[in-house]
Design a protein around this ligand. Structure first.
Ligand code: AHM
Ligand code: MG
Length: 334
């Protein structure tokens, strides 16, 4: 039997590969791992504790029942606030970013962005959901509270990113820009253990993942590409939880699409909290991530915290196919 490597041990080992690293990023990743365990505990007992349902409802003992996504949001903020390595966070659940008080002893160098529980429509029906996170080095003065510009950095500036998938088992997958590794939570010892080393996305796969219910609302070039996927007998898989869909594609290959529709002319998914961190992971695994207007996602300018983007990501050859369809079938620009 091979020796078990825990997430903490792995992160510490990796830190030693960077002689100038002082351990701040290591501490941050560990804190995110702790928050993930707390959220996982609640996700798993959600039905039992009557924690599901609308925020502001009261449970039998008169306590305020928190919606699970708000609970996850609070836990992540708590863990990061107490880490001492993070000077502020921006969450999909909060309108504004949250600066943390400036610490007397050390000035934290990082900001963290996250979607605490992605795939919220799945929460109440026991289908997999996930947490997505990204870590940036602050660019404002470390002696001052963090500022909006610390968060409005392009995806290319990500120092680390990852996700946690609360599925049949709970997995944490992350990258610091040197490959992608996955850790499965062993509930008997309460530790994330290295289970997927150096994840590499297949060049092609048998799956495509898109909300085909919106087919008639997509632009013609996107419809032609979806027709092509169907003609190629690719299998359609769409969970409605981006983390789950991307996780499958990471291992089995395929393409994930969320194009613009009439309802969402800029796309639906958030660049900061969803598209950039997952694009970072997919690229680190050898895949590609572009907008449906064919710009690399990680190169997109950030203008506002809740900015949306269209996205096509996954196996590199399939993203190239999609690009070719868009180039071929887009109406000529007048
Ligand atoms: P959420 O952050 O409100 O949960 O929305 C994001 C989710 C993604 O996980 C998923 O891919 C998408 O929304 C599904 O949207 P739709 O129901 O329009 O297909
Ligand atoms: Mg989301």
């Amino acid at each position: 039997m091979s020796r078990i490597v825990t997430l903490d041990e792995f992160i510490l080992r990796r830190q030693k590969d960077f002689p100038l690293a002082k351990g701040e990023l290591t501490g941050l990743l560990r804190d995110i791992g702790v928050a993930a365990k707390i959220v996982n505990r609640e996700v798993n007992k959600a039905g039992l504790l009557n924690i599901l349902g609308v925020a502001d409802a009261e449970n039998a003992s008169g306590d305020v029942v928190q919606k699970l996504d708000l609970y996850a949001n609070d836990k992540l903020i708590d863990c990061l606030k107490n880490s001492g390595e993070c000077c502020g966070v921006a969450s999909e659940e909060n309108e504004e970013f949250i600066p943390f008080p400036v610490l007397e002893s050390k000035s934290a160098k990082y900001v963290v962005v996250f979607d605490p529980l992605d795939g919220s429509s799945n929460i109440d029906v026991n289908v997999s959901v996930g947490t997505i996170f990204g870590i940036y080095r602050r660019i404002s003065d470390p002696a001052e509270p963090c500022q909006l510009k610390d968060f409005l950095q392009k995806g290319t500036e990500l120092v680390a990113a990852g996700y946690v998938l609360y599925g049949t088992s709970t997995l944490l997958v992350y990258s610091t820009g040197a490959g992608v590794n996955g850790f499965t939570l062993d509930p008997t010892i309460g530790e994330f253990c290295l289970s997927h080393r150096s994840i590499k996305i297949p060049d092609r796969g048998n799956y495509y993942s898109v909300n085909q219910g919106y087919y008639l609302k997509f632009d013609v070039e996107m419809r032609r590409f979806i027709d092509h996927c169907s003609d190629m007998n690719l299998r359609l898989r769409y969970i409605g939880s981006m983390v789950s869909d991307i996780h499958r594609i990471l291992f089995q290959g395929g393409i994930f699409l969320y194009p613009n529709t009439r309802k969402y002319p800029q796309g639906k998914l958030r660049l900061l909290y969803e598209c950039n961190p997952l694009s970072f992971i997919v690229e680190q695994a050898g895949g590609k991530a572009i907008s449906c207007q064919l710009e690399r996602i990680l190169d997109l300018e950030m203008r506002e915290l809740h900015q949306k983007a269209t996205i096509a990501m996954g196996s590199p050859a399939m993203v190239d196919d999609m690009k070719a369809f868009v180039e071929r079938y887009s109406p000529p620009k007048s």
